[in-house]
Design a protein around this ligand. Structure first.
Ligand code: OGA
Ligand code: NI
Length: 320
């Protein structure tokens, strides 16, 4: 299809090499158990005080113990989620050469589009996916805007609950995380017709405060729980929430930014959309309690470090 990025042609030498090398010792791709994440009904937040308190505690516990959870009754209607998905499908259906034009594609800033991996020396480093990484500001007056508005409110609400459960009442997130600093990433994972050990997205942690993911029913999201990779069973009504590196640092390791990845499907394409709650580059991330595990750093410093590490080592080192 002329909308598909040329993954197979571009990486064919990697495929050829993989047949002759025996790099099969990565245990991750051995059968991975499918589990339900903690599922939290957010309608309880508008019940009586006692129920609200219990719900908030569950959110904080999931963030501590899993770094990941799912929410239902989150305030984003099925209709808005469908609108988002329809628009996402439409955008990815555009001819490949349009998507990767250097100038603006649709209304998105130049450079929003990515496909495959810029540097992959091994099959395992290859990302079998394409994505648009779009500042939320660029989404205004697109059919995705109503979703972006609602998801931003949800992200703020969850961040505030998590902060409050650490004993902090903060306007910090409202002041630092703005539509110009937050992102929506539209992911598409084309069917991957070759051996199953190719990632859609390599294992990584997110470099934000928290992420809200809407995925379709194909499945492919996996995460580490108690040292084991587990697969997340898709739930059509739920959104997946995960803690990012900044919240881990800010909470002084109380909340966990957990490694996750997306695996590919042999015959089905898969879509997901992730909203990243990010602060401005100037924002300083400082632990909310003492003694602090990490030295304080600005978001700009952190982003630069991540980029340098990727250039240098081929992967993100993350918090250290
Ligand atoms: C991401 C991500 C997972 C998925 O975009 O950072 O982890 O299932 N996506 O698409
Ligand atoms: Ni991620």
């Amino acid at each position: 299809m002329d909308s598909d990025p040329p993954l197979l042609e571009t990486y064919k030498t990697l495929f050829a090499n993989s047949k002759t090398s025996s790099n099969n010792h990565d245990h991750r791709l051995v059968t991975v158990e499918e589990r339900h994440l903690p599922l939290i009904d957010l309608s309880r937040l508008s019940h009586n005080e006692a129920e609200k308190e219990r719900c908030q505690k569950e959110i904080a516990r999931a963030a501590r113990q899993w770094g990941f959870f799912q929410v239902v009754n989150h305030g984003i209607s099925m209709e808005l989620l469908e609108m988002l998905r329809e628009e996402q499908v439409r955008v990815f259906k555009q001819p490949f050469h349009h998507k990767c034009r250097e100038d603006k594609f649709l209304n998105f800033s130049a450079g929003s589009y990515r496909w495959g991996t810029p540097t992959s020396y091994f099959l395992r480093q290859l990302w079998w996916s394409e994505a648009f990484h779009i500042p939320v500001n660029d989404i205004s007056s697109t059919p995705m805007e109503p979703f972006a508005t609602k998801v931003a409110i949800l992200a703020q609400k969850l961040a505030e609950i998590l902060a409050e459960k650490l004993g902090h009442k903060l306007s910090f997130f409202q002041e630092s995380c703005l539509p110009s600093t937050c992102y929506l990433r539209l992911n598409r994972y084309p069917p991957c017709p070759i051996p199953s050990d190719i990632y859609g997205l390599m294992p990584h942690t997110d470099s934000d405060f928290l992420t809200i993911l809407h995925q379709d029913q194909v499945g492919g999201l996996q995460l580490v729980k108690d040292g084991q990779w587990i697969a997340v069973k898709p739930n059509p009504e739920a959104l997946v929430i995960n803690i990012g590196d900044l919240f881990q640092a800010w909470s002084n390791d109380c909340y966990k930014s957990v490694k996750h990845c997306a695996v590919t499907h042999p015959t089905k394409e898969r879509f997901s959309a992730a909203y990243f709650l990010c602060p401005s580059y100037e924002t300083v991330i400082e632990s909310c309690s003492m003694p602090s595990v990490y030295r304080k750093f600005s978001f700009r410093e952190y982003r630069q470090k991540v980029q340098e590490d990727v250039q240098l080592y081929g992967y993100k080192v993350g918090l250290s």
